[in-house]
Design a protein around this ligand. Structure first.
Ligand SMILES: [Zn+2]
Ligand SMILES: [Zn+2]
Length: 343
């Protein structure tokens, strides 16, 4: 969040009834220009360099205000003092903290969050906030290699990872529907699976173009460390689904049900995380993707219901056809005409 475009509209964030303060604006802007996790003293030092007349108390007060306004988030790395990081357009995340160089590295994992929720639910515990901090030695300290440039824009990293996740999901969705095309017996079901497989190919191309566009903004973006770890989430759903498809005894209806489970899980996942993130390219990618998955989900549910109906009326026709079939007077396969004459 080093770019000035990321600085929020302070007028909108200012609590009701408070006046515009140029001192406060200066402090907020200085804070937002910094990456990483600043202590209150770090910020005081920084501000003193810009304007020595601003007091420590003003900086402290502004930090508190920023926390309330949702611009800053307090983090405790166990050093006996708090640090502050941006929370504006910066999703809540976990930290890796190096005890050698005191640098901290951010990441987010839906798998950890899912597990925390599962544990809390099992213990009937209403979780409000979870903090995951991993202490140890960073790559740079253990290998002597230069650390990753910390000025990298976390919003870009977030968008990059959001796109990677969406692309991985498209790929496994494509694989899933491709497998489905070969498996389903009903002609219409095959058509639907083919249509969805084709759609995933188009979406994949769009997402890959967007990914290439994003890389233009930072030539090193590809090689920067991963921020979002979403292993078991959306793409995991489709690969599990693809395995389930090839099991014995999976008929067309079951194939639809598996597809519905995948799309529903994927839609929920992207919507939930998209809604949680602050306004950013990553958020837009997630919400758009959630919308696509919702359309797929609705199509599958519609088609599933129609297939159930078709099966029912086929079964009804067969029952009605039984007497004439038992006579075996004709070797002709049951045609529409045979069905209509059976009434
Ligand atoms: Zn280190
Ligand atoms: Zn952080």
């Amino acid at each position: 969040m080093a770019s000035s475009a990321a600085i929020p509209d302070l007028d909108r964030l200012r609590p009701a009834g408070t006046k515009r303060s140029s001192k406060r604006d200066l402090i907020v802007n200085a804070f937002l220009k910094q990456e990483g996790h600043l202590s209150a003293d770090d910020l005081v030092e920084l501000i003193k360099r810009e304007d020595h007349r601003i007091s420590r108390a003003t900086v402290y007060r502004t930090l508190l205000w920023m926390e309330e306004a949702g611009i800053a988030r307090k983090v405790d790395f166990g050093e006996g003092r708090f640090r502050f990081e941006h929370s504006y357009r910066h999703p809540r995340h976990f930290h890796l903290i190096c005890k050698t160089c005191n640098r901290s590295y951010e990441f987010l994992s839906s798998d950890i969050e899912a597990l925390v929720e599962e544990v809390a639910a099992a213990r009937a515990f209403t979780a409000r906030q979870s903090v995951v901090q991993i202490y140890g030695t960073c790559e740079s300290c253990s290998t002597g290699r230069a650390p990753d440039d910390t000025s990298s824009n976390s919003e870009l990293l977030f968008a990059r990872d959001a796109l990677r996740i969406a692309i991985a999901t498209e790929r496994s969705g494509m694989e899933f529907y491709g497998r489905g095309v070969k498996l389903v017996k009903d002609a219409r079901a095959r058509e639907i699976f083919r249509k969805l497989a084709t759609e995933e190919v188009h979406h994949l191309k769009t997402l890959e173009n967007r990914y290439q566009e994003l890389l233009k903004q930072d030539p090193q973006l590809e090689s920067r460390p991963t921020f979002l770890f979403f292993k078991g989430a959306a793409n995991g759903l489709f690969s599990t689904g693809a395995e389930q498809l090839t099991r014995d005894g999976v008929d067309d209806l079951e194939a639809y049900r598996i597809g519905i489970r995948c799309e529903r899980g994927s839609h929920r996942f992207f919507k939930r995380y998209g809604e949680r993130f602050e306004d950013s390219e990553g958020k837009r990618i997630f919400l758009e993707f959630a919308e696509e998955e919702r359309e797929h989900l609705e199509l599958l549910i519609r088609e599933y219901r129609q297939l159930v109906k078709r099966h029912r009326s086929d079964a009804g026709n067969k029952r009605r056809l039984k007497p004439s079939l038992s006579e075996r007077s004709s070797k002709r396969p049951k045609s529409k005409r045979a069905r209509s004459t059976a009434h």
